[in-house]
Design a protein around this ligand. Structure first.
Ligand SMILES: Cc1ncc(COP(=O)(O)O)c(C=O)c1O
Length: 481
């Protein structure tokens, strides 16, 4: 692959051979044409520069003689792959740029946002990973091929920012059946994920200084969204029944919104009890506040029937329902959705249009095919069994190898679990020890706004097959056992 086709060649000044030579040499020395790149044929370059072909041939001969280019008989002329003989020693790396003075306050705040340390994706027990088995991969390839074939010329332009109507119908039907969400297709807005959906909601509904309830501990990326719009975050504690609504009422009765994870509190995993659900909705109605329900891992429930969504209980009045296909399928997919009360559909659709126009047409068509062919439902069923088994094996291995060190809270839903630390070891210390032993765990104390009442480790189990659990736990035991 060569970018010489798009290089802005200019008609050379006289003498012509010198001008052509200088221009190609400059393109090579500046790195615009990379080592190994194919140079245009002499006929092509001559036509583009409006010079005689013989001039380009002479210029190329000089570049060949000086070692800038190599000729491959029958193939053409290429930038030499190893230019070390003709280039000067590499320049010293440019020093890191200090923040420019006078940056807007918001830019400074964003630049200073804590970024989680990079975690090698394939290491047990990283979170944010899913497994696609061979059947799902084959079905996904078929859906991709059919989706490409299904697109006609009309699909290559801009489309509805709210998403493809057929996909929105499929999502609405799925949510009514699986989650008890009360919605029609025209309330669904397709996003790139739960994160994007919450960003749209925050930008449209919140003004700087607005008070917002956020679960404590909570999902850091949601907090970052709230910080970015300048919301006044009120951390509300959670107990065994989930968000302590009475505390929210006491701390910020007039809050504009509550961001919650009712079916599987992130990160601790409890469900919001029915009494608390009713209490939360009663407050939202009284305060005319919005409840943003992040139902990020609802597909994966292992014991007993799933809890229906808070949105269904409310009848879609004050609750904005947020869901994602990035957990049901794979995080790199980048497709999710929100379900809005009717009055909010248009503002959300306009906000989505301003942000990035629309979700990609092709990805939407692929997911629609995957759903309509029945593969989505079948995949969820198989994943539920597989992830449930992965959870069980991990819980057993942790209890057997590390029972003296940790107390495992077995989650009945979701893609991760929390192992609480016994006898005084700090979770951030444990996280570092584990990291040095090639195993990834996350300290839950980092997910609290204030001091954490208990130290614990978050372990993802969805991304690793059963056979990976014991070796992962053995490495963790070497680190903290
Ligand atoms: C609680 C919670 N909400 C939202 C998300 C983001 O999901 P998405 O990848 O669809 O943006 C995650 C991802 O880990 C999550 O854990």
């Amino acid at each position: 692959m060569s970018w010489a086709e798009v290089y802005p060649w200019e008609p050379p000044a006289a003498p012509v051979v010198r001008g052509v030579y200088g221009q190609v040499r400059e393109a090579i020395l500046s790195g615009a044409l990379a080592p190994g790149a194919r140079l245009p044929s002499s006929r092509d370059l001559a036509a583009r520069l409006g010079v005689a072909r013989a001039s380009v041939v002479s210029a190329y001969e000089q570049l060949l003689a000086e070692g800038y280019a190599v000729g491959r008989p029958g193939s053409g002329t290429y930038v030499r792959a190893d230019l070390s003989g003709v280039l000067d020693a590499p320049a010293a790396p440019t020093p890191a740029v200090a923040p420019a003075p006078g940056l807007p306050e918001r830019a400074v705040r964003l630049a200073a946002t804590p970024v989680p340390p990079p975690r090698p994706g394939e290491r047990t027990f990283n979170t944010g990973r899913t497994l696609m088995d061979a059947r799902a991969q084959a079905a996904w390839s078929r859906s991709a091929r059919r989706a490409v074939r299904s697109l006609s010329a009309g699909d290559f332009g801009y489309a509805d920012p709210a998403g493809d109507l057929a996909l929105r119908e499929a999502i609405a039907a799925y949510l009514r059946a699986a989650r008890g969400v009360r919605c029609e297709a025209d309330q669904v807005i397709v996003t790139t994920g739960a994160q994007h959906a919450q960003d749209i909601v925050a930008r449209v509904l919140l003004s700087p200084g607005d008070a917002v309830w956020a679960e404590d501990p909570g999902y850091p990326a949601s907090l970052r969204i709230l910080e970015a719009v300048g919301a006044q975050i009120t951390p509300v504690p959670v107990d065994a029944d989930g968000l302590v609504v009475s505390e929210g009422r006491r701390l910020a009765p007039e809050a504009r919104a509550a961001f919650v994870t009712p079916s599987h509190q992130y990160p601790l995993g409890m469900a919001l009890s029915m009494a608390r659900r009713l209490e939360l909705l009663a407050w939202a109605r009284e305060a005319r506040a919005w409840v943003v329900e992040d139902d990020y891992a609802s597909e994966f429930r292992y014991d007993g029937p799933p809890l229906t969504a808070l949105q269904g209980l409310d009848g879609g009045q004050r609750v904005i329902y947020v869901g994602t296909l990035n957990k049901a399928l794979f995080p790199g997919l980048r497709l999710g959705y929100l379900v809005a009360p009717s009055a909010l559909v248009e503002p959300f659709r306009q906000a989505r249009r301003m942000m990035d126009r629309q979700a990609p047409t092709l990805t939407q068509a692929m997911v629609l095919d995957f759903m309509q062919s029945g593969e989505f439902a079948a995949h969820i069923r198989r994943r539920r069994v597989a992830y449930g088994a992965q959870r069980d094996v991990l819980v057993r291995a942790l209890t057997e190898r590390l029972g003296h060190r940790v107390e495992v809270a077995q989650p009945d839903q979701g893609l991760h679990l929390v192992a609480y630390l016994k006898d005084g070891l700090g979770d951030q210390e444990a996280e570092a020890l584990a990291d040095a032993n090639n195993v990834t765990v996350q300290a839950i104390s980092r997910l609290y706004r204030g001091a954490a009442p208990r130290q614990g480790l978050l372990l993802g189990f969805s991304g690793f097959p059963v056979r990976a659990m014991a070796p992962g736990v053995a490495r963790l035991a070497r680190a903290i056992g």
